[in-house]
Design a protein around this ligand. Structure first.
Ligand code: SF4
Length: 341
């Protein structure tokens, strides 16, 4: 979608973009996955015809779960300086961060299209006029084809949803929701301070808008078994969202999770366990679900465990090889019938 498109062209473009609008006939076509799972790079190539780069920015937002007035210490695994790609950007003007990203992408990699990714912390936890200013500024740069906004399921009040609706008519828009697990007992251990029902209500509201919904989930959470994870996979698979980001739980220095880890209250996954669980998860996703990310990294100086996450390519290759070994692919164990969780 270009800014000068007619309303008719815009509408046509948007319905192709937001795959969760299943009632649209063209969306019923089965996605042809080139690899064993539907990679984000494939989606971007199909949508934009070329490589697209995400520019991570840190707008300096806080989080309702960490805020002095509304929070209670935050999620037990969280360090706001762990958003590795943006840690060097803290305190730098958002416009400058975007310009720097555009320069780098163009000059070093020859790229022409970009998505600005409001990544660090909770990017809807601010007054709407400030959000509007920053989001609108981001989409004015030449080459920016979309905006991705990361947030919590309980931080999308009506005025923010109205702003997202407006933005979704002007650019390709992603909303990324941190969930981690569908099990409320796990969310409690993690001190998420929202429950699965909050997530479902928010997804329902977002599904009425022409944007893409991406959910963040973690594997290897304290107290969770493989069966718990398979239940999460099943529910997410039939939730009608568009994309998923998966990664192992990372234990970072100076967090409550690190204390639990050192007390032996839980153990981090080894790479074989993670690869196996990630494959179990992928097999249960519908073919049209984009697997936006399958691992995560943290800065070496704050990462306690698992250390194998430092080698991202090894993890990704391990997942591909395991799917090959199993002779399975995304969608093979997808079941569209919801459970009663
Ligand atoms: S919601 Fe996100 S930013 Fe806030 S404390 Fe939890 S992980 Fe950190």
């Amino acid at each position: 979608m270009r800014r000068n498109d007619s309303p008719e062209q815009c509408h046509k473009s948007l319905i192709k973009f937001s795959a969760h609008n299943d009632y649209i006939p063209e969306m019923k076509e089965k996605t042809k996955i080139k690899n064993r799972y539907y990679k984000f790079s494939q989606f971007l190539k199909e949508r934009y015809g070329e490589k697209v780069w995400k520019i991570p920015v840190d707008a300096g937002f806080s989080c309702p779960n960490k805020d002095k007035e509304t929070g209670e210490g935050g999620c037990i695994f969280c360090r706001l300086d762990s958003f590795s790609q943006v840690q060097s950007q803290q305190g730098i003007d958002v416009g400058a961060q975007i310009r720097e990203g555009l320069c780098l992408g163009r000059e070093r990699f020859g790229l022409k299209k970009f998505i600005v990714y409001f990544q660090a912390s909770t990017n809807t936890f601010a007054p709407v006029p400030l959000l509007r200013k920053l989001f609108e500024q981001a989409i004015t740069y030449d080459g920016v084809v979309g905006l991705s906004i990361s947030t919590r399921p309980d931080c999308l009040p009506k005025p923010v949803l109205s702003l997202l609706q407006e933005l979704s008519l002007r650019t390709d828009l992603w909303v990324e929701l941190g969930l981690q697990s569908i099990h409320d007992r796990t969310l409690k251990i993690l001190n998420r301070r929202h429950n699965y029902a909050d997530y479902l209500r928010t997804v329902e509201k977002l599904r009425s808008l022409p944007l893409r919904i991406c959910t963040h989930l973690m594997l290897g959470l304290p107290g969770e078994s493989r069966d718990d994870l398979l239940e999460t996979a099943h529910e997410i698979g039939c939730s009608g969202i568009d994309e998923v980001k998966l990664h192992p739980l990372l234990v970072l220095k100076d967090t409550p999770l690190a204390n639990m880890f050192f007390k032996g209250e839980f153990t981090a996954l080894d790479s074989e366990q993670y690869i196996s669980l990630a494959c179990d998860f992928i097999e249960r996703m519908p073919p049209k679900m984009v697997m936006q990310r399958l691992t995560a990294e943290a800065p070496a100086d704050i990462l306690i465990a698992p250390q194998w996450t430092m080698n991202k390519m090894r993890v990704l290759t391990g997942i591909e090889n395991e799917l090959k070994r199993r002779q399975t692919r995304q969608g093979d164990k997808y079941n569209h019938k919801k459970m009663n969780v």
